[in-house]
Design a protein around this ligand. Sequence first.
Ligand code: SF4
Length: 66
Amino acid sequence: MNQGGWTCPHDVEGVCDIIKKECDPGDKGCVLYGKAKFACEDSPSNEAFEKRMERKMREILEGDTL
Ligand code: SF4
């Protein structure tokens, strides 16, 4: 899938060479999983992204107290 200016190197004619099925940005196994928040609210990436941000924030705050 290529709907913007970015083309994923794992997209081979619409099929992801990692997850071995149709490209679905943000799906589990996708390089974007947990790294981006998608406008589509039911993207599995969104929850992973939130958890990652919370973890990073906790690390930053804990770093401040040392
Ligand atoms: S599912 Fe993700 S990793 Fe796979 S081709 Fe699509 S954007 Fe790339």
